[in-house]
Structure formats: structure tokens, C-alpha cells
Design a protein around this ligand. Structure first.
Ligand SMILES: NC(=O)c1ccc[n+]([C@@H]2O[C@H](COP(=O)([O-])OP(=O)(O)OC[C@H]3O[C@@H](n4cnc5c(N)ncnc54)[C@H](OP(=O)(O)O)[C@@H]3O)[C@@H](O)[C@H]2O)c1
Length: 275
């Protein structure tokens, strides 16, 4: 199944939904990532912090070899952690990620969770800008930044991130930061798009929309992300769920259903519990 795409502010079109790989390591990880590619995922998210770039790269290489899928169809996305945010360390981290992935190119490279104390994320951003300008990566962006830190990196380089990946789900809808991303022409990516499975207080609007459309609650939540304009990055250990999560382009939530799901958002429902 072909996944629709979104065009980023740098002109690159990337898949409208991606596969998260946070805890996928070893043989189980290889199998899960490979099966996600077989279902049709073409955007695979990982990170230095996830310690699974080897598994991601190997799964992608094996899939490309076995299926003769053109390399350009697949977007491998990784992230440089905050403690490596300075110009030289970011460049070294990029090279190590490239080696671990074993690919000729990283497609999307993000700065992960800035270290505000060290304050070197502006320098690291300059490195990413240079990598993109040299054609080494297709698109660049950030993850877990604030509106202020995004504005600083734009001011210091004149280049706006193409994507901002942040925690986002119906219980933590991040309306203000999403609006700021949209104002700047940045595409929002949602991590933990299903809320990472935490027990949630009220799923009634999700369940009732699922019944109305004959789909699962997960599909409703992922559709909510898509209609908000976000790129969700679900991850599942269950093979059938992985494929099911891609089947979210054949129904549409009404305005009332969207509003009811958005109204679930409230303070304290994010992973780090800070509001
Ligand atoms: N940038 C960052 O700082 C950051 C942080 C965290 C994650 N991420 C990225 O975002 C991706 C997605 O985040 P995520 O892994 O938290 O995605 P998710 O799809 O929201 O949740 C995945 C995990 O939660 C479980 N889960 C979700 N909903 C559930 C439910 N209703 N009932 C029971 N279990 C449920 C899943 O179980 P099953 O396996 O059984 O489905 C799976 O183990 C990650 O894999 C990673 O690539 C980025």
C-alpha cells in the first residue's frame, strides 16, 4: 500500500506516517522493522539514544536488496542527542550514525532534545545546515525543542527546520507549539502518538469514533494526527497492528469527532509529567 506524502519546507516529500523503533533492538528488532517495511512504511525513525541504528540500517539494506525498492523511496531518520550539540561533535555523531546505519545517506537528521545549559544547539544546527547544503542529508529538523530555541536557531542561520518531532497525542495535544510550527512552515511529527499505552482517563470520544467508522481506536487516534497535519510515528510489537496502523487513509473524522478527541488533552499527561 502506497503511503501519501507531505511536502516539507525544503521541497522534499516525505511519508505522511512513519514507523517508530524506540525499543526495537536485536533479532526481534530486525524482524519488527523488516515487517514494518513489508507492510508499506517508508519513513523509519530512530535515534542515537535508541541504540538501534545498526538494526534499522540492516533491515533497510536487506529490504532494499530483497525487493529492489528504489532507495529514494525510503526515509531513514535519526537524531543527534543533546550532549553532542556543538559543531564538531555533531559532525562526528553524523558520521558515526552513517557508519552504524551502513547506508550511503541519512535522509532526515534531527537535533534531539537540546542541552539548554550548554547552549551549543545553535552551533550544532549550523552543522546540520551545512550537511544539508552539501547534499549529505535530504532534510533537517529538531526534536523536543521549545519555540524559543527554534527561533534562536533560525535567527543564527536563516534556515528553518523542516520538521519538529515532539511528544503529541490526544492527552497531550501541544496546541501552542503545533501552531508555532505551522506558523513557521515546520511539519510536526508526533512521538508516542498513542500515548505510549499509558492508562488514560477517558477514551470515550476515541471509542465512539472507532465504532462509527468501523475502525480500531488506534486507527482513530492516528487519523486524528493526520487531520491535524501531523506525521505520527507509531511503534508496535504486534505485527498485525503495525499494518493496521497504516490503514488510516480511507475514512475521515468529523469536526465534532476531532474536537471531542482534542478535548482529552490536559496538564500532566505527557511522558515526563511536566504539563
Ligand atoms: N524524539 C523523542 O524524544 C522520542 C521519544 C520517544 C519516542 N520517540 C519515537 O517515537 C516513536 C513512537 O513512540 P512510542 O514508541 O511511544 O509509540 P506509541 O505507538 O504511542 O506506543 C508504543 C508502545 O506503547 C504500547 N501501546 C500504545 N498504545 C497502547 C494501548 N492502547 N494499549 C497497550 N499498549 C499500547 C505499544 O504496545 P504494542 O507494542 O503492544 O502495540 C508499544 O509498546 C518511538 O518508537 C520513537 O521512534 C521519540
Amino acid at each position: 500500500m502506497a503511503v501519501p506524502t507531505r511536502t516539507l519546507n525544503d521541497g522534499v516529500s516525505i511519508p505522511a506516517i512513519g514507523f517508530g523503533t524506540n525499543s526495537l533492538r536485536g533479532d526481534a528488532g530486525l524482524g519488527a522493522i523488516r515487517s514494518a517495511l513489508e507492510c508499506g512504511y517508508r519513513l523509519i525513525d530512530c535515534a542515537v539514544n535508541s541504540r538501534n541504528e545498526v538494526e534499522v540500517g540492516r533491515s533497510v539494506r536487506e529490504f532494499l536488496r530483497a525487493t529492489e525498492t528504489p532507495r529514494d523511496e525510503i526515509f531513514v531518520q535519526t537524531k543527534i542527542p543533546g550532549h553532542l550539540h556543538d559543531s564538531k561533535k555533531a559532525l562526528d555523531a553524523y558520521q558515526i550514525s552513517l557508519e552504524l546505519l551502513g547506508l550511503e545517506r541519512i535522509d532526515v537528521l534531527l537535533l534531539h532534545s537540546p542541552n539548554f545549559m550548554a547552549g551549543k544547539y545553535r552551533d550544532a544546527w549550523r552543522t546540520l545546515v551545512d550537511l544539508r547544503q552539501s547534499g549529505a542529508v535530504r532534510s533537517i529538523g529538531v526534536s523536543n525543542f521549545t519555540a524559543q530555541s527554534i527561533s534562536e536557531i533560525i535567527l543564527s542561520t536563516g534556515i528553518t527546520p523542516a520538521v519538529h518531532q515532539m511528544e503529541l497525542h490526544p492527552w497531550h495535544a501541544q496546541e501552542r507549539l503545533r501552531a508555532e510550527n505551522a506558523r513557521l512552515g515546520i511539519v510536526t511529527q508526533s512521538w508516542s502518538p498513542r500515548g505510549s499505552g499509558d492508562p488514560q482517563n477517558d477514551t470515550a470520544p476515541v471509542v465512539s469514533a472507532a465504532t462509527a467508522h468501523g475502525v480500531t481506536p488506534d486507527q482513530v487516534i492516528l487519523r486524528w494526527h493526520l487531520q491535524l497535519g501531523n506525521i505520527p510515528l507509531p511503534m508496535s510489537m504486534t505485527p498485525s497492528e503495525r499494518c493496521e496502523h497504516l490503514s488510516v487513509f480511507g475514512f475521515e473524522l468529523s469536526e465534532a469527532e476531532m474536537a471531542a478527541i482534542s478535548s482529552l488533552s490536559g496538564p500532566g499527561a505527557n511522558t515526563f509529567g511536566s504539563g
